[in-house]
Write a new protein. Structure first.
Length: 401
């Protein structure tokens, strides 16, 4: 029997002891990888949201304050609809400091036989838009014609590449990349197509605007880009003052609120990770110390057979690496099974932007987590390895321990 095979033989020979160490290593790997993956996904979700907004100010009807918050409508894809006169677009554009304006219009499909699914429908103007199209171009480089729609990443792409809304079929031009927000469950189209949908809805008895004659003159929001050199707060105040019955929402304020919630959540996750790491490290040190105490006779016999103190220390470290690597790998796989398939449910539960990284990044996080977990295990075993050097072989064998 070779000395190099002893670590595996020892681990298999003491299954109870090995199982206990494996479980602690599994918990450690689970917490390190799971926490890192969640925090990375939250940061990517916030970055995606900031890139998606694109505007400095978003003007919404005043009643949006009482119906539902603006950030909920715009960022979480809430299935609602709000309207104001299209004439507000010109009023906002004429305000000093406004560089660009672009309208958007919202409606929601019904959860009924008239529609394939119940979703938020968002219309935008391709000629003036500067918020949606930069995102769209990542997935779709063509021209979005009348009757065409773009679907979010969480909307099922049908084989026919068509979806039914209000008893009419609409062509799916492309499926957009994931953003980690509620907009992944939305449908996008040009404003002309949205107006066609409104007409189709009215024909079957679904009325979104009480005055049908003004339906093509209504919009839901105005996206505003502030000119260089102008103060966003000042421009927002002017819009609030000069354009009646509207609310000027600064996107920085919207994202800062989400960033604050994300920071609080991240601190909780980080604190839990530290507690778990510290607890596992202390327990592993205690368990390793107890195991060394129980194995003194075994180590004494190996010393009599010619094994040096250095070899015995390497034996303990090799056992630690093997059991911690196996346990940590199991914890990483378990965390992956909980987080990756159910990341959409996690996003809904925490109500924050949540965007999983691509597979290569997940793999990098897994490798780093595995290395960190094994390092923790080696640190705990190093204390036991140090105690081996202090073993008095003669005394132990005479005592019969």
């Amino acid at each position: 029997m070779k000395f190099s095979s002893l670590p595996i033989i020892n681990l298999l020979g003491k299954k109870g002891r090995s199982a206990a160490l494996f479980i602690f290593a599994l918990i450690l790997g689970f917490s390190i990888f799971g926490g890192a993956l969640i925090l990375t996904s939250l940061k990517r979700g916030l970055h995606s949201l900031e890139m998606r907004l694109g505007a400095d100010i978003i003007v919404v009807p005043y009643e949006a304050r009482t119906k539902v918050s603006a950030d909920t409508i715009l960022n979480q894809g809430n299935r609602t609809y709000i309207y104001m006169s299209r004439s507000n677009l010109k009023k906002v554009a004429e305000i000093e400091g406004v560089a660009q304006v672009s309208p958007q219009i919202y409606m929601c499909s019904m959860n009924a036989g008239c529609c394939s699914v119940s979703l938020q429908l968002i219309g935008f103007d391709p000629e003036t838009d500067f918020t949606i199209q930069p995102w769209v171009r990542q997935s779709f480089t063509g021209t979005l014609g009348d009757g065409d729609i773009l679907i979010g990443s969480k909307v099922s792409l049908t084989e026919s590449r068509k979806l039914k809304f209000f008893d009419k079929l609409w062509n799916i031009a492309a499926q957009l990349d994931e953003t980690g927000t509620g907009l992944d469950n939305a449908i996008f189209a040009n404003i002309s197509t949205i107006n066609q949908m409104m007409t189709a809805a009215e024909e079957i008895g679904w009325g979104f605007i009480s005055d049908k004659s003004t339906s093509d003159k209504m919009i839901s929001t105005i996206m505003v880009k502030v000119a260089d050199g102008y103060d966003i707060d000042s421009v927002a105040s002017q819009i609030q003052r000069k354009v009646k019955k509207t609310q000027a929402v600064k996107t920085k304020a919207m994202t800062s609120g989400i960033a604050s919630s994300l920071s609080s959540f991240a601190k909780i996750i980080g604190a839990l990770m530290i507690v778990v790491w510290a607890l596992c490290l202390v327990i592993l040190i205690v368990v390793s110390t107890l195991i060394i105490g129980e194995r003194k006779k075994e180590f004494a016999v190996l010393r009599v057979l010619g094994a040096s103190q250095k070899k015995l220390s390497r034996l303990v470290m090799a056992e630690s690496v093997l059991v911690n690597a196996a346990g940590s790998l199991g914890g990483i796989m378990l965390a992956s099974l909980f987080i990756v398939p159910f990341h959409a449910l996690i996003k809904e539960a925490i109500a924050l932007p949540f965007l999983l990284p691509a597979f290569p990044m997940i793999l990098v996080i897994a490798i780093l987590s595995l290395a960190l977990s094994v390092l923790f295990g080696c640190l705990s075993a190093s204390y036991g390895a140090h105690k081996i050097a202090r073993i008095d072989t003669g005394v132990i064998l005479r005592e019969g321990n």
